[in-house]
Design a protein around this ligand. Structure first.
Ligand code: GLN
Ligand code: ZN
Length: 740
């Protein structure tokens, strides 16, 4: 029996990855220093693997994103190997589009595979990244496994080619992969890790045949381990026929995987890379149960078994070292380094039996967590459908709201946050460390709010925000103020590029001890006659960007969160706030890999949102989401019954608006008129053009004018200029509407 681990985080214990990139971008270090730093980090990752597992991948490291690297290897972007050009692709003015990696909060750069006018695909091998890593790594050839993203997954996640030509693209990739594999084989690679998570999604019969065809070919060139994560594979019997060396399957999130092995025999001549420790949750594995699972698998197949992780480990923080949470909690938790240790312990347990260490590791399960709150459980149990329904239909609500708000046509607003400068961030850390008194901090925040209200007054926006200066992160802020959560000190995870976030831990029942945002929002409202939006993060987004508990279904935790947010809604209403925005940028992210599971997920997710958003009919509820794959979920979004929704519409060049051609959205929409991810200031004409396109499919009376997302990452100058242009765009639109 062997152990294998993959996907260990590249961030580094001290967040070196982030610092190296940002120092390089700022011009503070040279390219050689960046490269040396990344090499050192990779050496650290490899030694983490070495100290715990028998086999590990080489070539996973990247300077930004593995999908970008794969595209460069395949020759999609000429000159991509030059570092400046590389970062242009990643974050330049014409950067590649970014989107979520399966149902996770990691974002990859979407490859563009274009077909020439003559129907040719221009692909050629320009770089063999895993080969370089393989040759560089001094370990024996038995141990290191070159890592590649597989051709099917790569093509499924790409764009740029006509619908219906996936098979053509995949076939065109095969010769390039063949070349990569031949070189790796010639260099002495014993196995090759081919990552194919897309196999766990919906794979049509035609695609199954395609997969069969390409691996019939590639499997002959090198001994491949096809590694599949995130969900179960629906076509196991066809999968197991492929002429490859082995398969990696997820046994954590699918008890079904084990059941499936009882009906579909695992071939005796292949390796089963059995993912029995979780790559996405932070709770320790019950080693005894994992060992039993391995025994059970052993009874079902004569194939070799490698004990492994069920999903790449980069969804976890690097190390538990340095965390100071209560011992009874800490002893249950496991980050990436600890997961590696678990793999070694499971191997010991299975091969030689229990030891002092395996016993100690499992001891936590005897002590229950005392975080239960009976009152919240009762409230969730007593919920009725009425609790998730507004008391009046939209047509009535919108009249009441307009009487109260008296908004012009094409009302203008922002998404919530305003630029977070260094001194705002410093004030937040200083109050946390005690350097700044609570009182001085509150005074500082009020000054920020005063300033942002003044700025909005001057720009002439119609609906104001308070700027969100008190929030380091839209989820962490609520987690800090709600019972049932634990915040880590160093539990950082990469969300894309050098951007990291620190998911809070949901450890128990969620309760709101008292008002969270009311003081700031009502102070902001007291400074202006314009309506001030109360800003809240929605239950699904809090859930998606936290590590969740495992002893309660997600839908129950979502209800608890919804009740907490709903209490905040009621308090904001009491304080006289007329508009409340409940952000749900992660609403789609939690959707399961397989479409068949969507109706069930979206039903409980929408219910949670509606529970949170049950406001008086005269209160206008806004929600915000920022991604472009809207077409497929527009009906589900409509079910949220929000009075206004603000969405992304510029980066995807209007793809979003196309969704409304098919589905007549019955309420108000603000398609973002400019992209907040770049500092470039767009002209009023260009912004108006986005709305002109929208009013071809959405009645003008339903349309709002706003940016794509929050302004947190922008500088003040460009943010103010852009908003001036936005208000000018709204004026233009109003004049044109009068003339029509
Ligand atoms: N209200 C949040 C902000 O403006 C929304 C952020 C988001 O959608 N990710 O920052
Ligand atoms: Zn957004």
């Amino acid at each position: 029996m062997n152990t294998y681990a993959y996907g260990f985080p590249r961030l580094g214990r001290e967040r070196q990855f982030k610092h190296l990139l940002e120092e390089f971008w700022a011009g503070n270090i040279l390219e050689t220093e960046l490269r040396d730093g990344i090499d050192r980090l990779e050496e650290e990752r490899l030694s983490a693997y070495r100290s715990s597992v028998d086999y590990f991948p080489v070539g996973e490291m990247t300077m930004y994103d593995p999908m970008l690297d794969m595209g460069i290897m395949l020759g999609l972007y000429p000159e991509g190997n030059d570092l400046d050009r590389y970062f242009q692709l990643a974050r330049g003015v014409h950067a590649l589009e970014m989107t979520k990696w399966f149902n996770t909060n990691y974002h990859y750069l979407v490859p563009v595979i274009s077909v020439s006018k003559t129907g040719q695909l221009l692909l050629k091998k320009v770089w063999n990244k895993p080969l370089n890593a393989f040759l560089k790594c001094q370990d024996s050839n038995q141990g290191k496994i070159p890592f590649l993203i597989g051709p099917y997954t790569f093509a499924r996640l790409s764009k740029g080619f006509p619908v219906g030509s996936l098979s053509k693209v995949v076939r065109a990739l095969v010769p390039v992969y063949r070349e990569l594999l031949d070189e790796l084989r010639a260099a002495g690679a014993e196995y090759i890790h081919v990552d194919e998570p897309a196999f766990a999604g919906d794979v049509s019969e035609a695609d199954q045949a395609l997969i069969h065809e390409i691996y019939q070919d590639l499997g002959r060139h090198a001994p491949l381990l096809l590694i599949i994560a995130y969900d179960q594979v629906d076509f196991l019997s066809k999968l197991f026929c492929l002429p490859v060396a082995g398969f990696g399957l997820d046994f954590v999130h699918g008890v079904e995987a084990l059941a499936a092995l009882r009906t579909v025999r695992f071939p005796a001549d292949k390796i089963l890379v059995a993912g029995v420790v979780d790559g996405r949750s932070i709770w320790k594995t019950n080693l005894l149960r994992a060992a039993e699972m391995i025994d059970e698998i052993r009874r079902l197949t004569e194939g070799q078994i490698w004990v492994s992780n069920a999903a790449p480990l980069f969804h976890l923080p690097v190390s538990l070292e340095g965390e100071t949470m209560e011992p009874y909690l800490r002893e249950r938790i496991c980050f990436a380094e600890e997961r590696l240790n678990e793999l070694a312990l499971i191997k010991t347990l299975v091969t030689t039996g229990p030891t002092e260490e395996t016993r100690r590791w499992n001891q936590y399960s005897q002590t229950p967590l005392h975080w239960n709150n009976e009152a919240v459980r009762q409230r969730v149990a007593r919920l009725t459908p009425k609790d998730a329904e507004r008391s009046a239909p939209y047509a009535e609500r919108s009249k009441l709201q307009q009487e109260r708000l008296k908004l012009p046509m094409f009302p203008t607003t922002t998404i919530g946050s305003f630029p977070q400068t260094g001194h705002v961030r410093k004030a937040r850390t200083d109050v946390r460390s005690g350097k700044l008194s609570r009182q001085a901090y509150a005074g500082f925040m009020n000054d920020q709010i005063r300033e942002v209200v003044r700025v909005q007054e001057e720009i002439g926006l119609d609906v104001f925000v308070h700027g969100e200066f008190e929030r380091s992160d839209m989820v962490e802020y609520f987690a800090e103020h709600l019972g049932g959560f634990e915040i880590t000190r160093n539990g950082w995870v990469i969300s894309y590029g050098s951007r990291i976030y620190r998911p809070p831990l949901i450890c128990g029942d969620v309760v709101r001890a008292g008002p969270i945002t009311v003081e700031n929002i009502s102070f902001a409202q007291s400074l202006t006659k314009k309506p001030m939006k109360g800003m809240l993060t929605g239950p699904i987004t809090i859930l998606a960007w936290s590590f969740v508990r495992e002893d309660l279904p997600l839908s129950d935790t979502a209800c608890q969160l919804a009740l907490a947010i709903h209490e905040e809604v009621l308090d904001l209403e009491k304080a006289g706030i007329r508009i409340i925005q409940i952000d749900e940028p992660a609403f789609r992210e939690l959707a399961p890999m397989k479409r068949a599971m969507w109706p069930a997920y979206f039903a409980w997710a929408a219910r949670a949102f509606c529970l949170a958003a049950k406001a008086l009919p005269e209160t206008q509820i806004h929600t915000h989401m920022c991604y472009s794959e809207f077409n497929e979920i527009i009906e589900y979004i409509s079910a949220l019954d929000a009075d206004v929704i603000t969405i992304e519409a510029t980066r995807s060049r209007g793809e979003v608006i196309a969704a409304f051609e098919r589905f007549r959205y019955p309420r108000q929409i603000g398609p973002g008129v400019y992209d907040i991810h770049t500092p470039a200031v767009v002209s009023p004409e260009e912004m108006a053009a986005v709305i002109e396109r929208a009013i071809r499919v959405i009645p003008a009376e339903q349309i709002w004018v706003n940016p794509d997302c929050g302004l947190k990452t922008r500088g003040w100058n460009e943010a103010v200029q852009a908003l001036h242009n936005m208000v000018a765009a709204a004026r233009l639109l109003r004049e044109r509407a009068k003339k029509r």
